[in-house]
Design a protein around this ligand. Structure first.
Ligand code: UD1
Length: 429
């Protein structure tokens, strides 16, 4: 299993290219199930999750080509994906695949909408009602799908098709919004989704669906209105920049007291995080190509932050902000309101010398003058990258084990940071 070795203490300077957003790419790839024609996606990042989803879609019959090559050949990773679901050969998404990536559950909506049936494994370890998919299922039932569960599978049928209706989501869920939106575009009549998530990746999916012939309005708000259409057609769509990767590198630069231009991104995608970093004394300015992040000499000021659905501070940047606050001049608090138990990084940051205490959903971080390198373990995607940020400023050597989590969501991280002066290398084993 690969690990990453970082020798801390180097200021980051230069430019970092920002990739297409993982969390937009996944639903966009799934949207290819909605049409017989080819959906072409540009700016697709080279990530393990993208490859895995390619395998899952391949199982349903989606033919994927990348830069002219066929799926599975060398060069699978690329910037331009053609996805063609001319014929859906299998409406079952098996446990072995779905359990490896939660987002693959979102094939449910498109499969019912196009095929009138689907059998999709519940994501690993999840039960309806606890770590739930209840909002997804209620939404699809409201559109007329008959849903039952058997042996860990959701079985959905809509032999006469789906019918549009008004759906008030009981809680804000990114995944349920993607899933139900993709089903509603082919439903008969009008669907109104209220209390929908308004993360930019939802807007990106809706924009792509409209380019495929869907009729969605209210994009960028909590209320989406969908006029169902009989069928969708092919389209070409460029994936929006990754706001989580942007915020992650911004915090890495801030941590090292560096000065870097993040190229190919947009400030409006992460305004709440930019505001928090501004409070922390980090300079962030828009440029023609993206944004510039700098902390020249000034200390890091402590902040008090709660994670919230968009446009609030994203839970996917919580661990990274916590790493940054480990070096703040004072006491910060971070409250996690979206996911329970999303504090797996705390004990690893403490191994590097951080002073963090936990009380329920709130972490209190007392800034320390130095962090010290140590071997640490990556526990999930965002937690692992927070360890990279801490390692960049820790004295001595930090070895991060189990980096496959990083490869799920960060493209060429050691190369991007290395080009800005970080001493970072991947150790293959
Ligand atoms: C997506 C993102 C993930 C991000 C999260 C919140 C992708 C691939 N993943 O995950 O990176 O951290 O949004 O911004 O885009 N919930 C229910 N019932 C449901 C569904 C969700 O109670 O049916 C709860 C969840 O347990 C959680 C909250 O709602 O507490 C938000 O989850 P959700 O927005 O659905 O997250 P994901 O779509 O899984």
């Amino acid at each position: 299993m690969d690990s990453i070795r970082i020798a801390g203490g180097k200021r980051l300077t230069g430019t970092i290219p920002i990739s297409g957003a993982k969390n937009a790419t996944l639903p966009l790839m799934i949207a290819s199930l909605l049409t017989e024609e080819t959906l072409t996606l540009e700016n697709v990042p080279a990530l393990a999750d993208v490859k895995l989803l390619g395998d899952i879609l391949g199982n349903h019959g989606v033919d994927i080509t990348v830069s002219g090559k066929r799926s599975g050949e060398d060069g699978r990773y690329g910037k331009r994906f053609g996805l063609c679901a001319k014929e859906i050969v299998d409406t079952t998404a098996p446990y072995e695949l779905v359990s490896r990536m939660r987002a693959s559950f979102w094939v449910l909506g498109p499969l019912i909408a196009r095929m009138g049936e689907a059998r999709v494994s519940m994501p690993g370890g999840c039960a309806i009602g606890t770590r739930p998919v209840d909002i997804h299922l209620k939404g699809l039932e409201a559109l007329g799908a008959q849903i039952s569960t058997d042996a860990g599978y959701v079985i959905a049928n809509a032999p006469k098709g789906l019918t549009g209706t008004r759906i008030l989501f009981p809680g804000i869920s990114v995944g349920a919004t993607h899933n139900v939106l993709m089903a509603a575009v082919l439903a008969k009549g009008e669907t109104i989704l209220e209390n929908a998530a308004m993360e930019p990746e939802i807007g990106d999916l809706a924009t792509c669906l409209n380019a495929m012939g869907a009729r969605i309005s209210g994009i960028g708000t909590h209320t989406l209105k969908i006029e169902g259409v009989k069928e969708l057609h092919g389209a070409t769509h460029s994936v929006l920049p990754d706001r989580i990767e942007t915020g992650t590198y911004a915090m890495a630069v801030a941590m090292t007291g560096g000065d870097v231009e993040l190229v190919g991104t947009r400030a409006d995608l992460l305004q709440s995080a930019i505001d928090v970093m501004g409070e922390a004394g980090i300079e962030i300015t828009p440029t023609n190509n993206g944004i510039r992040v700098a902390r020249n000499g000034a200390g890091i000021k402590p902040v008090n932050v709660e994670t919230r659905p968009f446009p609030g501070f994203p839970t996917d940047l919580q661990a990274q902000l916590m790493a940054l606050m480990c070096r703040a001049e004072g006491v910060s608090t971070i409250r996690e309101t979206i996911f329970e138990n999303r504090f797996m990084h705390v004990q690893e940051l403490v191994r590097l010398g951080a002073d963090i205490s936990l009380d329920g959903d709130t972490a209190t971080i007392r800034g320390v003058e130095t962090l010290t390198g140590a071997p640490v373990m990556a526990t999930d995607l965002r937690a692992s990258v927070s360890l990279v940020i801490a390692g960049l400023m820790a004295e001595g050597e930090t070895i991060i084990n189990r980096v496959y989590h990083l490869d799920r969501g960060f493209e060429r991280i050691e190369e991007k940071l290395g080009r800005c002066g970080a001493v970072i290398e991947r150790l293959s084993s």
